[in-house]
Design a protein around this ligand. Sequence first.
Ligand code: F3S
Length: 64
Amino acid sequence: MRVRVDSEACTGHGRCYSLAPDVFSADDVGHCVLLHDEVPPGLEEQARAGERNCPERAIALDEP
Ligand code: F3S
């Protein structure tokens, strides 16, 4: 599974890294930073939670 963040769409709600701190982190203004482009085994549910809960729909998953 691959994960992408649209940095133009992200406004820093922070739900991604609050709900999925092993997949997403924050830059110094609270915008999303990916910890992995390819989601490591076992973190798929975190990645999905981040994708589902972003109010700006800034996160996209490519599921095989
Ligand atoms: Fe940005 Fe959405 Fe996360 S707006 S900080 S990608 S919850």
